[in-house]
Write a protein that binds this ligand. Sequence first.
Ligand code: HEC
Length: 192
Amino acid sequence: MTRQGRRRRSTFAPAVATLAGAITCAMGCAAAERQQWEDTFAGDGDDAFLVDDDFACFTDRRWADVDGRRVWNVFGGARQAQAVALAVSRAPGEYPVGTVLQLFTFEAMVKRGAGFSPATNDWEYLVLDTSSGSTVITARGTTDVGNVGGTCLSCHGAATAHDSVCFTNSSCRPLPFFVDTEVVPASDERCR
Ligand code: HEC
């Protein structure tokens, strides 16, 4: 499993820091520092270990927009088509290795290689800071990464038939606030 950075003091710290950063950075402040993440997983097959600059503005052409949720497979081609088709269909199923999903700019889930993390069905959860106009990964991991609502797994893990993906079903623990997905790309600092 990927080690956590020193700046992550508690489960909720990254999201709180991101929200606080978004507010104070409007007045000018230092962005999150980039850090060296080590990939400690050595699987046999394909894998997707993403770094900061693999993430892009929500209007970038790599993203398929499925009802305001971003879907991208780093291998492209058939896997991109498979991931998008599954999201659009809202049917139960497994996303192919290399799938990256985002709803908010400040968090993402990435389908890693087979055997990466049985507890999260091989999803890696990431917390991102985009306030500088580029992406900085501030936390990443599996069972212990979270936001103000709890660990990612505590909500997403309930959607077992849908491979831990929430928007295609109603089995996830719901978000404690209303999400206006139309607003999200407009608030993405990387698109300006
Ligand atoms: C309180 C429960 C909860 C927590 C905690 C939570 N999520 Fe979610 N997440 C949801 C729900 C519900 C949706 C679907 C919202 C919608 O589409 O309207 C969602 C949507 C998403 C999506 C879009 C794809 C999908 O599954 O619908 C991603 C990516 C995502 N969350 C990542 C994360 C990450 C990363 C974390 C931890 C840092 C996290 N979430 C923590 C409940 C949660």
